[in-house]
Structures are given as C-alpha cells and as structure tokens.
Write a protein of this length. Structure first.
Length: 204
C-alpha cells in the first residue's frame, strides 16, 4: 500500500495492529478520523489514554476496575457464597448479560495451553486459593470456562487443586457446544447452562 503521507501511513500502521483490522480497514478508519472535527480525534485519543492509565485489575477477582476493588466485588447485594471462575473479562460480561448469576467472579487471565507456553503459574490460581482459604463464606465454585480442550484441561487442573477446600464444585451444563468460546454463546443458552449447572466430579 503506497502512501503520499508518512503521517497517514503511521496512523494506518498503528490502527492495523488492532485484532481483525487489516490495512484497508485501518486506512478507512484513519480517513474517517481525518475528516471529522479535531475534537473527535482528541476525545478518541483521550479515551484510549484514560483506559491505559486509569483501568487496573481488581485486587480481589482480577476483573477490570476503576478502583482497587471492582463494583461487583464491592456490591453488597451480590452473593458472597458463590464464585464463578472465568477465563477473562469478556466472559464476565457474557455471564452478566444473562442476568442469571448473582454471585461473584474470579478471572483467571487465560487458560492452560502448553502449545502456547501458558502454564498454571501464568494464571490467577494462587489468588483463588488464597480467597478460599481466607473466606469461609464461599460455599460453591462454578467453572464457567469455554468447552474447548484448553478449557477442559484448566477445569481438571483446578478441580485437583481445589477439591481439598471441601467446597461444592460445579460446571456449566453442556448447553454450550464443545469448541465454542464462552463469549460467543447466546445469552439464553449461557443462562440455562448456569442455571442447570452440575457437580464437576460427575461430569468427568
């Protein structure tokens, strides 16, 4: 792609690093911003910088948050007895959209995947164990991980790590098809999978 402007080329190069954005789409976005009033680009840039500077992980569950403890963890109307374990923040949003779950979350930050060089120590498993040790109110743990090879591997590892805590351990009912990422499951199917969850040890 030939550019008559190095400034435009740099903008396109930066936009094209976003997932799913190729050079042509990046060029279209850059030209869109170029045609808009300057304050549109300023607000766009400010929003990105604010996201980078102000957002951080909740110290309790590792969800994204504007404060040290996220709104879900600090919400007194949420059930402290149930923790839903998910891969990342997109899955928190997916579960929340079902309006079926009223407990709290623990975000692993990924799934065990030896092929990608991701092991148990790369995930937020130790902080989960710490929560279970320090909070006797927790009665149930729900595995809400994508039904993929990596998700099943992670669930089995977690089960072996957590069964000593003598908590009820559940997993989603198989309404979500194998190989499907949780974030792409429709809300009705995901909601039913949560409502009809089953004991994990009986699903192995």
């Amino acid at each position: 792609m030939n550019f008559s402007s190095k400034v435009l080329q740099e903008a396109v190069d930066q936009l094209s690093i976003l997932p799913g954005i190729g050079k042509k789409t990046a060029l279209r976005l850059a030209l869109f911003l170029l045609k808009k009033d300057k304050d549109v680009s300023v607000r766009f840039t400010k929003a990105i910088m604010n996201m980078k500077n102000a957002l951080h992980e909740c110290k309790k569950c590792h969800n994204v948050s504007d404060t040290d403890i996220c709104e879900i963890c600090s919400n007194p109307s949420r059930e402290d007895e149930i923790i839903c374990i998910v891969e990342d923040i997109r899955d928190v949003m997916a579960v929340e959209n079902t309006a079926e779950f009223k407990g709290k979350y623990h975000v692993l930050g990924g799934l065990i995947s030896p092929m990608d060089g991701i092991g148990p120590m790369d995930l937020h498993i130790e902080t989960l164990k710490f929560r279970l040790e320090k909070d006797p109110e927790i009665k149930e743990i729900i595995f809400a991980l994508s039904p993929t090879m990596e998700g099943d591997t992670t669930q089995f590892y977690l089960y072996k790590q957590l069964e000593k805590f003598d908590k009820k351990i559940s997993t989603l009912a198989r309404g979500v098809s194998f190989g499907e990422n949780l974030e792409f499951a429709d809300e009705l199917t995901l909601g039913r999978s949560i409502a009809k969850r089953q004991p994990y040890d009986k699903s192995i």
